[in-house]
Design a protein around this ligand. Structure first.
Ligand SMILES: [Fe+2]
Length: 254
């Protein structure tokens, strides 16, 4: 065998690696924000000015980082116990399930949360909002989903804050979520809002999602069952990621 033939026989092609591994469905029509939504001013600067390139999902998109349980401590999900004292504000419980688009739970996925404090101030160098920091509140937490895709945080209800997008612009109270899922094409950064907040309907960021049902999925639901008497009220927020593009096969036993 020539050197070239030996090389070619040993060389693993792209197709060899990818095989018939299924990708993910593309987002459903109008469920994601437009890249350019002028009322949300930052999109004017960062929206693509050229047509997008359609990339196939390959192994690097359909797989992702794996997090061990020892990377995340149980207390990381309780933002009220990260300092010597208790933070100011309304204590809340936020929980939900992480599902793929086929309603299968996504297990052992890293969910990160960051937020402003009860006064609407982030502990961040570029936040110059004239509102007090809370020495007992950092505003960051993380958790791994359990075997059923459940997650749960204890935190403080964040305050609204001004953001200078337009005259008298106020962000509704919200929590930022980052979810890694089980593949990089599932990586999701989103925001959870609170039911009944009058600022939601004025918010260009919220309104940049064209589909009304998709917008409503950004609002949590009051969770009476999750409320703990004499401790905290609760909100429920399920998060749906892309799923494998596959048809489930019938069980061989049925
Ligand atoms: Fe924010």
């Amino acid at each position: 065998m020539s050197d070239l033939a030996a090389y070619e026989s040993a060389y693993i092609t792209h197709e060899d690696v990818i095989g018939d591994v299924a990708g993910y469905r593309r987002p459903y029509y109008k469920t994601q924000p437009e890249y350019l939504y002028p009322p949300y001013r930052s999109t004017i600067k960062r929206a693509p000015t050229r047509s997008l390139v359609w990339l196939p999902h390959t192994l690097s998109e359909i797989t992702g980082p794996v997090f061990g349980y020892d990377d995340v401590k149980p207390d990381d999900a309780d933002l009220t116990r990260q300092h010597s004292g208790e933070p100011l504000g309304e204590r809340i419980i936020v929980s939900g399930r992480l599902l793929d688009e086929n309603s299968k739970p996504v297990v052992k996925a890293l969910i990160e949360l960051w937020q402003a404090n009860a006064a609407g101030r982030y502990r961040h160098d570029v936040d110059d909002h004239d509102a007090p920091l809370d020495p007992n509140f950092t505003g960051g937490g993380r958790v791994l989903t359990d075997a059923h895709g459940n997650y749960r945080f204890i935190t403080i209800k964040p305050g609204a804050y001004p953001w200078r997008n337009h005259y008298n612009a106020w962000r509704p109270a919200h929590l930022h979520f980052s979810v890694f899922g089980i593949g990089l094409a599932q990586r999701l950064v989103t925001q959870m809002h609170f039911p009944g907040d009058p600022l939601i309907s004025y918010d260009p960021m919220f309104n940049s999602v064209p589909d009304d049902n998709a917008r409503q999925r950004l609002i949590s639901q009051f969770d009476w069952e999750g409320t703990i008497p004499d401790f905290a009220i609760a909100f429920r927020f399920d998060i749906v990621l892309r799923g494998r593009e596959q048809t489930f096969t019938q069980s061989t036993r049925s």
